[in-house]
Design a protein around this ligand. Sequence first.
Ligand code: PMP
Length: 297
Amino acid sequence: MKYYKEDSIVFYNGDFVKATDLKVDSYSQTLHYGNGVFEGIRAYNTDYGTKIFKSYEHYKRLKFGASVMDIPFNYSEEELTEITYELLRKNNLKDAYIRPLIFTGASMGLASSEESSLIIQCWEWGKLMGDQLLRIKTSKYERPNPKSCFVEAKVTGHYVNSILSRNDAKKDGYDEALLLDMNGNVAECSGANVFMQKDDKLYTPPRGHIMAGITRDTVIDLCREEGISVEEKHFTLEELKSADSCFFTGTAAEVVGLASLDEYSFPLQWERSLGFRLMHIYKDLVLHKRQPAMKAI
Ligand code: PMP
């Protein structure tokens, strides 16, 4: 897929420029050592115009990443949101995936670079993992040890782990990978969080070894509003292989159901699961179709 056209515009260090005119420094530390931070955000075409979903939360996480990685960055969440709306207008995009990236200046050493650049790009992108139920594989790769990096920061270099696990699953004919944490508990997918349903209750791994997904938080909030029982709790692969149903959550993937994990098929029909219900409620929320009156008190 090509992400930009001849007339696509990106935001680059204070200016709106043509994507095809962009030149970046090949000595950037980010390119060589993976010390950059990024976000994945979606904007939706709603009846009230284009709305970026949880822009503040995404930009807050971007700023958190820059700060823990010692990358200088001074934009506020509000400024970034305004710039992003402007960028969408300039690209004539109503439904879009938005990719901000902070990358560092030239530095072939390992000391943090004192320079950084901000680029924001956007393009039309359907549901990342599609609409079909996914067949997933337990990965031979683990999620990184939280003592080795900031697992809650979206650092470019961390995604080598995601790429390895996803490629490995694909080579074996599966759609996606499920990664365990260093203690052998279920952690998450290569680019999404995981929920399992057992006996009308949902479980999702607690924060600590996973990306603190904004979609995950949103789904937990929606469960509370809908009176769906949800608990943040560690669970093992064996427990997951006795679950009734399972789904992934993420900005790019939204809410997507799973057909099977390794040899185990989730027995509950997807259309009858809590995940299916939440998939629709989530879509209504991002499209501003969810009426407050519909929420449980
Ligand atoms: N886990 C990983 C590893 C991810 O990369 C993502 C995508 N940011 C998620 C979970 C889901 O996070 P969010 O809901 O904030 O997109």
